[in-house]
Write a protein that binds this ligand. Structure first.
Ligand SMILES: Cc1ncc(COP(=O)(O)O)c(C=O)c1O
Length: 289
């Protein structure tokens, strides 16, 4: 059915208490074919299971979702890049604390490159005064919709004063991530990203970067990252399933030193599209130019 025809009860716990965990997964057209395949689906399903455990929502049968995504592709005759959203929501009515009956929804929309990657446009980011809630208030590894309410306000506030986006900090004032993407800095050829214990979502694209960088001859570190390091970065980028990769031009107006030539990012983007398209011969050279 069309996703606009799907309904959820207004008295559901999903609507009342923002109880809904989800995954965004990209489908990529395979090299020189019209066949599409989900990228790192198993990793997404594993994170979905983690979110369910952390949010105390019963498993609705995550093991069956691989087949469901396949069926979605077939039924919708998807032959090009797309984005699949899987959500497990508390679909039943109830008060806070009522047992949850999980409701699964799976939908797909066409999705090509965002302009950051398509045009090599650099994001001018604000280091936000809004904080990403830490483990003391909410499990940061749970990809639940409630986690986006604060970061949305941070994004709107950054846009109000002319930035393209923002990076949230944690209670210690260190950098975490963007509202819907992970953060990497590069200094002296070394990639750095905030550790998972800094209050960031365990991003699957972040994990891909950490796993791929050594093969490209780039050292990659996970550790706490200060605002000063962002101001002094040679290059920086955001990454995530939706945005894929977005080069960062500046933080609070401090322009990255290597801008507009983010060399480490270019190498990663090239390898990413080879991986997602199954093009080992490297013919798919999309992205940063
Ligand atoms: C808060 C947050 N951080 C990071 C990411 C990037 O995660 P992934 O690479 O798994 O898409 C996302 C995107 O889902 C996100 O919502």
């Amino acid at each position: 059915m069309a996703s606009s025809d799907a309904t959820v009860q207004v008295s559901s716990q999903a609507m009342r208490y923002a109880l809904s965990v989800f995954e965004g997964i990209r489908l990529y057209r395979q090299h020189e074919t019209t066949e599409v395949r989900p990228f790192l689906l198993d990793a997404h399903l594993r994170r979905l299971r983690d979110s369910l455990v952390l949010m105390r929502i019963p498993d609705p049968g995550v093991a069956t979702l691989t087949d469901l995504v396949g069926e979605l592709v077939t039924r919708n005759r998807i032959t090009d890049d797309a984005y699949v959203r899987i959500a497990v929501s508390a679909g039943n009515p109830g008060l806070i604390g009522t047992d949850v009956e999980p409701l699964v929804t799976v939908s797909a929309v066409p999705m090509a490159r965002k302009r950051w990657l398509a045009q090599g446009a650099g994001m001018r980011l604000q280091v936000s005064g809004w904080q990403r809630g830490g483990e003391e208030s909410f499990p940061s590894a749970a990809k639940n919709i409630s986690g986006y309410a604060g970061p949305r306000l941070a994004l709107l506030a950054a846009r109000d004063v002319g930035y393209d986006g923002c990076v949230l900090t944690n209670r210690a004032g260190r950098l975490c991530e963007a509202p819907t993407a992970a953060l990497f800095l590069v200094r002296d050829g070394v990639l750095v990203t905030p550790s998972l214990t800094e209050g960031v979502l365990p991003s699957i694209t972040r994990r891909w970067v950490l796993g791929t960088a050594p093969a490209l001859g780039v050292r990659a570190e996970e550790r706490p990252v200060s605002r000063s390091e962002a101001y002094l970065a040679d290059e920086a980028f955001l990454c995530g399933t939706g945005i894929e990769f977005a080069p960062v031009q500046s933080f609070d107006g401090h322009v990255c030193r290597a801008w507009p030539e983010p060399g480490v990012l270019q190498g990663l983007v090239k390898r990413y599209f080879e991986d997602v398209r199954g093009a080992a011969d490297g013919h798919d050279r999309e992205g940063v130019t």
